[in-house]
Design a protein around this ligand. Structure first.
Ligand code: HEC
Length: 223
């Protein structure tokens, strides 16, 4: 019985190690409905998160966008968008931090992690009118801007504004709710599936490593 408890405990520890990383990826499913699983957005409708100067700019902007939503004209990677992003203020500080950290460290982005405390500090934004881009810190002028952020347009294909780089996916009408995941961490899009199975594989490996240490550490099995 004691042995079983130990096994359970170490499994939990093993999975816990992979947990933080998995959360951001899972929560991203809510964003993927619009910004797409690969973070490229949809031309003319949803701006890209991949190598966006906003995503790689001040974290404060991103947190405020989540808490208040965003509307009106905004230029992202040299292209104008003019639409509406609803706020995600119902998400916890931890979940907002996790998804923003995920976005800032994937899709070719290399910006610092966002902490739950940073989100908490801006909670008073909730309930204010939707943000406009001009109320945000201009990421092209911000000092916090990362040097390694890709130069404007560096990756842009020669043909402006055509959709060739966008793998078409189903209409972005079916936003997954945060937490709408099964026990196995499955979300609708295959990209997420492979990402979360990677994470789960890692969790499994960590659990296995811990498990194999139990007899060594506890002496269980030795008479
Ligand atoms: C319902 C569609 C929708 C969802 C869901 C959505 N967004 Fe957006 N997002 C938009 C639109 C539209 C804009 C541009 C708004 C404008 O035109 O002013 C935008 C703008 C942004 C921007 C600033 C511009 C850029 O591309 O860098 C960021 C950052 C962003 N969204 C992050 C997220 C994250 C993170 C999530 C998930 C937690 C998310 N969005 C969910 C539609 C959406």
């Amino acid at each position: 019985m004691k042995k079983l408890a130990l096994i359970l405990a170490s499994t939990v520890v093993g999975l816990g190690a992979a947990h933080a990383e998995a959360d951001g990826a899972k929560i991203y499913a809510t964003c993927a409905a619009c910004h797409q699983a690969n973070g490229q957005g949809l031309p003319g409708a949803f701006p890209p998160l991949a190598e966006s100067e906003w995503v790689n700019g001040p974290a404060e902007n991103l947190i405020r966008i989540q808490l208040r939503g965003l509307m009106g004209p905004i230029t992202v990677k040299g292209k104008q968008y003019n639409s509406v992003m609803p706020p995600n203020a119902a998400m916890s500080d931890e979940d907002i931090a996790a998804v923003l950290t995920y976005v800032r460290s994937n899709f070719g982005n290399k910006a610092s992690a966002v902490t739950a405390d940073q989100v908490k500090a801006l909670r008073s934004e909730v309930g204010k009118p939707m943000l406009k881009a001009e109320e945000l810190i201009d990421p092209n002028k911000a000092e916090e801007k990362k040097e390694e952020a890709p130069a404007e347009g560096a990756e842009k294909p020669a043909a402006e504004g055509n959709a060739q780089a966008e793998p078409k996916q189903e209409a972005p009408a079916v936003a997954l709710k945060a937490g709408e995941t099964t026990a196995s961490g499955t979300v609708k899009k295959s990209e997420h599936l492979s990402r979360s199975s990677e994470t789960f594989a890692f969790g499994g490996f960590a659990a296995w490593t811990l498990l194999s240490l139990i007899p060594v550490v506890t002496g269980i099995g030795r008479k």
